[in-house]
Design a protein around this ligand. Structure first.
Ligand code: URA
Length: 436
């Protein structure tokens, strides 16, 4: 068996055997297959897909590429994972809420992928926060304070870690078998007994339609069942970014605000949907509405915020930044975005059409994918596998779909550390806003 034959087989749309998939994963994890060969195979999978059996074999091989964590001493651990989004700071808010309600949270998160952000990059923007800790420390932390959020550090699903970075750099992210195996291998390896998955769809998600998202969700549920992990999926629309802030530090700041009760409606809805199901799976109550009420109560009484601070402190982070988010280093250039020319254009068109109605101008479209790409352009995400992220840059949206706009309104701010990029980003964001 050799890698060239395996690449050729997938290139020619043939099904790979379990042995061939195991060979690829083992040899690539141990550095015996070059990145360029792995990239070719991943691209062939991206283009030609995989059968359900191949996806299951890929997931199992990736989960077994490292250790499988045993969390049985922690009781019922419910994990959560998202298929990715723009402005998606859900984990940062949801997990402290869940932990504050007595459900152990032991979560391994990822870095940004493509134009979507990653929780680990966001957590690393808190000075001192350590995402790389040992397995013992991870379990100890959960035992001590009920929560630990870490990166893909220990020897858990190392094959996914390598393939994930490769996919990010080779535009091969939007694939059902690759996403399903990536997520489920990590969840199986990280030891949770129950899993809630946020499967996003729309312009800011890897699955562009609800039908595709449903297919991905069904595959993951099936893999979960075969692996003995009860899995529940929630389908979430991601047409425009979630919440107001996009960018690593900016999203931490929005998450802290949310934990203080200043939570955007769209973020709140996702948090409550996911969390109420997590509480149910953890045996904390079957009534989803009652579960939502308990979650809101722990936001209002600040117990969830306190849990987040405890988490940050326990993992070496400086909580003074959470207590006063103004301490975070700001980008050098913060430029407002104003859409007066577009509003004037609409007014002119109305005059030409002799329209007499004085209807309001609203935001009609705000493509999340384009905004995610803009954040990467500013340095908030990676283009190359080894690229460093600039935590301070990003976008703050004052106006979102359906909001009214008047002349002079600042619809958004660009946060950048490079003047040319800042000006270019303002131009691009003006194009991204579609008015009606
Ligand atoms: N999240 C993951 O962990 N993997 C993917 O492939 C996509 C989102």
């Amino acid at each position: 068996m050799n890698i060239q034959e395996i690449i050729a087989k997938k290139r020619d749309e043939k099904e790979l055997t379990k042995e061939e998939i195991n060979f690829f994963i083992n040899e690539y994890t141990h550095g015996n297959i070059a990145d360029y060969q792995a990239s070719a195979l991943i691209m062939a999978i991206y283009l030609n897909g995989m059968s359900k059996e191949e996806t299951l074999n890929l997931t199992t091989a990736m989960a077994n590429s490292g250790d499988i964590l045993d969390l049985s001493e922690l009781g019922v651990v419910v994990d959560k994972h998202s298929t990715g989004g723009v402005g998606d700071k859900v984990t940062l808010i949801l997990m402290p809420v869940i932990a504050s309600l007595g459900v152990p949270v032991a979560k391994m998160s990822g870095r940004g992928l493509g134009y979507t952000g990653g929780t680990i990059d966001k957590l690393e923007s808190i000075p001192g926060y350590m995402v790389n800790i040992s397995e013992e420390e991870f379990i100890q932390n959960v035992k001590k304070i009920g929560i630990s959020l870490i990166g893909q550090t220990m020897n858990l699903a190392p094959a996914d870690k390598k393939i994930y970075a490769l996919r990010d750099a080779t535009s091969t992210t939007e694939s059902i078998p690759l996403i399903a195996s990536s997520i489920m291998s990590k969840k199986i390896a990280s030891g949770a007994n129950k899993i809630v998955l946020d499967v996003t769809y729309g312009r800011g998600a890897f699955m562009k339609t609800k039908e595709k998202a449903k297919k991905l969700a069904d595959e993951m549920v099936e893999i979960g069942k075969l692996a003995g992990r009860e899995t529940v999926t929630i389908l979430t629309p991601m047409e425009e970014p979630l919440g107001r802030n996009i960018g690593n530090t900016l999203e931490v700041i929005e998450a802290v605000e949310a934990l203080k009760g200043n939570i955007q409606d769209d973020v709140k809805e996702v948090i409550l949907d996911l969390g109420s199901n997590m509480l149910k799976l953890a045996g904390k109550g079957n009534d989803l509405e009652e579960n939502k009420r308990k979650m809101l109560e722990n936001i209002q009484n600040r117990k969830a915020l306190e849990k987040f601070k405890e988490l940050v402190q326990n993992q070496g982070g400086d909580i003074s930044y959470i207590e006063d988010t103004n301490k975070f280093e700001k980008a050098k250039y913060i430029l407002p975005v104003i859409l007066d020319k577009k509003i004037e254009e609409i007014t002119r068109q109305r005059e030409t059409n002799k329209e007499t109605t004085k209807q309001e101008v609203i935001v009609k479209q705000l493509k999340a994918e384009e905004i995610g790409k803009l954040s990467v352009f500013l340095g908030g995400g990676r283009i190359g596998k080894e690229d460093k992220i600039d935590p301070a840059v990003g976008i703050v949206l004052n106006k979102k779909i359906g909001d009214k706009i008047n002349k002079g309104d600042i619809v958004a701010y660009i946060h950048a550390n490079d003047k040319d990029k800042a000006e270019e980003a303002v131009r691009r964001l003006k194009e991204i806003y579609v008015l009606a």
